[in-house]
Ligand binder design. Structure first.
Ligand code: SAM
Length: 263
């Protein structure tokens, strides 16, 4: 998973050059995590409170792959937030190209210090990014920004089975110990103050066709450009390792969309 997670009160522990390099690699892809336009649209089907006046936040938006889909299928105003200016710049450029910059505003900010007023938002969207703050903490802290009747839709790494092979268990315990089974995640959603409206597993193509496959070519280009650079080589080795693990153990885990309503 993309380990570019810093909260607003932490020091950047990775050297700035490394950040720029990692951002450059992920900027070359439409998505920075597993997901797809179809999955975004499917999750949107459960949201029934939106109007032209709606305020939507897309948190950890990356370069805005899902933000553009949200904009196509809703008519309200979207504020898209990411920690990394390179991603936000790309998102704003894409919005301008599509002539929807009046409805989408990309801003740089941190998900633990969001610039919203209490009860301002009709919908909080967060694809493959809540792990940066942690699923439970994010659900609790963002609750106040939603109006009564508002929705939250987040995708989150989840176990499909109660038990799994050691190799994949160890990998995830190191990468994101908050990964848990679907019933446990749903219970956490409810405990944080939302009615669990729906959840569904993202199809395998969200990991393969939409995430790992586009990386194959991007990796070749990147390695050629940064031959001999340790950060670049480690980054690609990690991405390849992750893709291999998914091909081996994808039946035990994946991303799940969780949709909740504040009542
Ligand atoms: N939503 C996008 C997608 O699905 O393609 C990006 C997902 S990517 C796996 C996670 C994103 O979270 C990255 O764009 C990263 O820059 C962002 N991020 C990490 N820490 C953050 C923070 N504290 N506040 C806001 N965004 C953060």
């Amino acid at each position: 998973i993309l380990k570019l997670n810093i909260m607003s009160n932490e020091n950047k522990s990775i050297h700035e050059f490394d950040f720029n390099l990692i951002c450059e690699y992920f900027s070359s892809m439409e998505r920075q995590g597993p997901g797809s336009p179809d999955a975004t649209v499917n999750a949107l089907r459960f949201i029934d409170n939106l109007t032209n006046e709606s305020r939507i936040a897309d948190i950890g938006c990356g370069t805005g792959g899902q933000t553009m889909v949200l904009a196509q299928h809703t008519s309200g105003h979207i504020t898209a937030i990411d920690l990394f200016p390179t991603f936000v710049d790309l998102l704003n450029t894409n919005a301008a190209k599509r002539k929807i910059q009046s409805r989408i505003k990309g801003i740089v900010g941190s998900m633990d210090n969001l610039p919203f007023r209490n009860e301002e938002l009709d919908l909080i969207w967060c694809e493959g990014a809540i792990y940066n703050i942690g699923f439970e903490r994010g659900l609790y802290e963002w609750h106040k920004f939603l109006k009564t009747g508002g929705y939250i839709a987040v995708s989150e790494a989840s176990w499909f089975t109660a038990e799994r092979p050691d190799e994949i268990n160890t990998f995830w315990q190191d990468a994101y110990p908050e990964i848990d089974t679907i019933p446990n995640k749903v219970a956490q959603l409810q405990k944080a103050g939302y009615v669990p409206v729906a959840n569904f597993i993202l199809p395998e193509s969200c990991w393969t066709d939409h995430y790992y496959v586009p990386q194959v070519e991007a990796q070749e280009v990147f390695l050629k450009k940064y031959r001999g650079n340790r950060t670049a080589e480690e980054l690609i080795a990690n991405q390849r390792h992750e893709a291999l693990l998914y091909s081996k153990y994808g039946k035990y885990y994946g991303y799940v969309f969780y949709i909740g309503k504040k009542i």
